[in-house]
Ligand binder design. Structure first.
Ligand code: G3P
Length: 217
């Protein structure tokens, strides 16, 4: 399963790039606005740090405007994925950009029917928002499971990108539900490696080693 960072903060991405574990990055208008960045410059910079899929979202709401913005974003770098909202205009733009050979990520997916439409529109990725479904009392991970079953049953190749991740449990839950990718806020990415027993176990190994008079290998 691919792991993406869900942020537009360049230093935050760069600090985690050398882990070799960051397969891509997702951004959205809120994240770019929060970073106070020019979208074209920031996406170019992110593409220079991470060679994998980098999602950059359009802000037009009509299909022709989305297609024009998508072409502009796609021209920034080969690894740009054009992010489009799950509206009828977004789906039309997805089909047009896909037919032009441009990678797409259809976002703000909250239902199985929406995921079906994204796949039929040729989306490279579909982004179900797990946390926001949980927020309204639904089960976000169940939607991931259902999309996996639907896509497998009908042979759709659109990749499931679990988004709106709020906890480490969401990450392992997405993996077990069959997501192809998961996009993580940096603090959740950092928390994946943490386990108290790893820390105490390592401390005990090193204490025993030192006590026996052993040094570096
Ligand atoms: O990038 C889209 C998504 O991950 C946003 O998450 O936390 O704003 O629901 P959130």
């Amino acid at each position: 399963m691919m792991l993406f960072l869900d942020t537009a903060e360049l230093d935050v991405i760069a600090a985690r790039a050398d882990s070799g574990l960051v397969d891509g990055v997702t951004t959205n208008p809120s994240l770019i606005a929060k970073a106070g960045a020019d979208i074209k410059e920031r996406i170019a910079d992110i593409c220079g740090v991470i060679p994998g899929p980098i999602s950059a979202e359009v802000v037009a709401t009509d299909s022709s405007g989305m297609i024009a913005e998508g072409q502009t974003l796609a021209a920034i770098a080969e690894n740009v994925v054009v992010k489009l909202p799950l509206t009828m205009d977004g789906l039309k733009a997805c089909r047009a950009l896909t037919d032009d050979g441009i990678a797409t990520n259809v976002t703000l997916c909250f239902s199985l029917n929406q995921a079906l439409l994204a796949a039929k529109a040729g989306a490279t990725f579909v982004s179900p928002f797990i946390g926001r479904l949980d927020d309204i009392g639904q089960d976000g991970l169940e939607l991931i499971e259902d999309i996996r079953a639907l896509y497998d049953e009908h042979g759709f190749v659109t990749r499931i990108l679990a988004a709106s991740i709020r906890s480490v449990d969401h990450v392992e839950g997405s993996a077990m539900a069959g997501a192809d990718a998961c996009t993580l806020p940096p603090n959740i990415f950092d928390a994946l490696v943490q386990h108290d027993l790893t820390d105490t176990g390592l401390a005990a190994f090193l204490k025993d080693w030192k006590a026996a008079g052993q040094g570096a290998i």
